[in-house]
Design a protein around this ligand. Structure first.
Ligand code: GDP
Ligand code: IMO
Ligand code: MG
Length: 409
């Protein structure tokens, strides 16, 4: 069975936690896109693991994890991450494979990324990891794939520094290089998770362009870049938070305007620990945007939603969620492409009563307070998508499963 997990907002929805949780029953985890711009957190019995390039199945000693064809990989960052895991007692040798179609991020790409940002009148707020540059080289057919690192013809256009960098990492990369499609096909009886990075609204095609990342973070990316065809996907899960965050620039209709000490924005950032895993930047916060979430469900054929961070609302007497936009006085129910429209959009908000009780110890749907369940059910009705998992804390254990994604329906 093949299950795809993507972010349904602007990233950082808790994909890492959910992939780790579901990986218990999987044999293989394939991360299909993005690079070291991602930061996926797993908390296991109080120990925190921050993953950037390594797929979130790595903590189980019997899982194979694969860096997929849509990834852009900085070997220096990858091996530093693997060294860090080793230091924490995670044996990874022999279990981490890399698609031979994945592209390399060369050191100079990071300099170009930063320089392009500094020349933009309206910067995107990139992570500075050379991601957009690597995807641009890929699209212009000047990128270097893992399969090319031995190919003199492919390397001949590179400068000496690039060649020396590739030579430095060649010996470590080569034994991990794998023909992903052939591997997945040979293991078609394994249960496989396809882990997305970023989120639907940061996807190069479906996101809030140009304030997006440069890879495919949509569900279709799993097919194009995960080594399977679209018909082989059995289930698509979209992970989203009880509220919305965004790190970097770009439109964000429900963003809280007041970010002063004591504001709701500040409360959510502190309670939800809303700081970037990769850059440490404070994340922008706002209410749940249901217009954007419904759009993400639609363009990704999301079968089931996974709601995270519901516990962050525990202490609030009431809160709101956006059910439409008002743009120039007109009610808009579809997610606009125009950045100008999104910037002018005023959210139409619906109020909800809070549950005012801690939920992080709840282990079943029935244990959740009625007001919390009412919020979940409203989202299901609005998006016409069932919520099959509710996360009530960062730890692996703090997860309520209403329906396993591994069951066929
Ligand atoms: P990802 O990029 O989608 O994997 O998400 P990140 O790891 O960047 O950010 C999610 C953050 O929220 C991490 O610090 C997680 O440990 C934490 N987290 C995940 N799920 C929950 C949850 O249900 N409740 C709370 N309070 N924190 C969570
Ligand atoms: P995960 O997988 C949140 C954002 C950056 C910036 C824009 C472009 O942890 O959810 P880039 O360096 O990719 O060219 O930056 O995309 N961004 C993310 N935001 N979570 C991520 O990944 C992100 N990856 C990139 O902040 O606004
Ligand atoms: Mg993240």
């Amino acid at each position: 069975m093949n299950v795809v997990i993507i972010g349904a907002q602007w990233g950082d929805e808790g994909k890492g936690k959910i992939v780790d949780y579901l990986a218990r029953d999987a044999g293989i985890v394939v991360r299909f896109s993005g690079g070291a711009n991602a930061g996926h957190t797993i908390v296991l019995s109080g120990t925190k693991y921050a993953l950037h390039l390594v797929p979130s199945g790595i903590l189980y000693s019997d899982k194979i994890v694969i860096l997929g064809s849509g990834m852009v990989i900085d070997p220096e960052a990858l091996f530093a991450e693997l060294d860090g895991l080793k230091a924490k007692g995670i044996d990874w040798e022999g279990r981490v494979l890399i698609s031979d179609r994945a592209h390399l991020v060369l050191p100079r790409y990071k300099d170009v990324d930063r320089e392009m940002e500094s020349n933009r009148k309206k910067p995107i707020g990139t992570t500075g990891r050379g991601i957009g540059v690597a995807y641009a080289f890929k699209a212009s057919r000047d990128g270097i794939r893992i399969a090319d690192i031995d190919d003199e013809d492919r390397l001949q256009n590179l400068g000496e520094e690039d060649k020396a960098f590739i030579a430095k990492w060649r010996g470590k990369l080569k034994p991990m290089a794998t023909d992903l499609a052939a591997y997945i096909s040979r293991h078609r009886n394994s249960w496989t998770l396809f882990e997305g990075a970023q989120g639907a609204l940061l996807d190069i095609d479906t996101g809030t362009y140009p304030f997006v990342s440069s890879g495919m973070s949509c569900a279709a990316g799993a097919a194009a870049q995960g080594g399977i065809g679209p018909r082989r996907i059995d289930r698509i899960l979209g992970v989203f938070k009880a509220y919305t965050t965004r790190v970097g620039n770009g439109p964000f209709p429900t963003e809280f305007k007041d970010d002063s000490p004591g504001s709701l924005s500040n409360y959510i950032r502190t309670t939800g620990n809303e700081y970037g895993v990769t850059t440490g930047r404070p994340r922008r916060c706002g209410y749940l945007d249901l217009v954007a979430l419904r759009y993400a469900c639609m363009v990704n054929s999301i079968d089931r939603l996974v709601l995270t961070h519901l516990d962050v609302y525990d202490a609030l007497p009431e809160f709101e969620a956006c059910v439409a936009y008002r743009i120039d006085g007109k009610v808009v129910e579809d997610f606009p492409a125009s950045i100008r429209d999104l910037e002018r959009a005023v959210p139409v908000l619906k109020k909800f009563d809070g549950w005012k009780t801690p939920i992080s110890a709840c282990q079943s749907w029935e244990e959740l307070p009625t007001k919390a369940r009412e919020y979940v059910e409203f989202i299901e009705t609005f998006t016409e998508t069932p919520i099959s998992i509710v996360s009530v804390g960062s730890d692996r254990q703090q997860t309520i499963v209403r329906e396993s994604p591994w069951t066929r329906f």
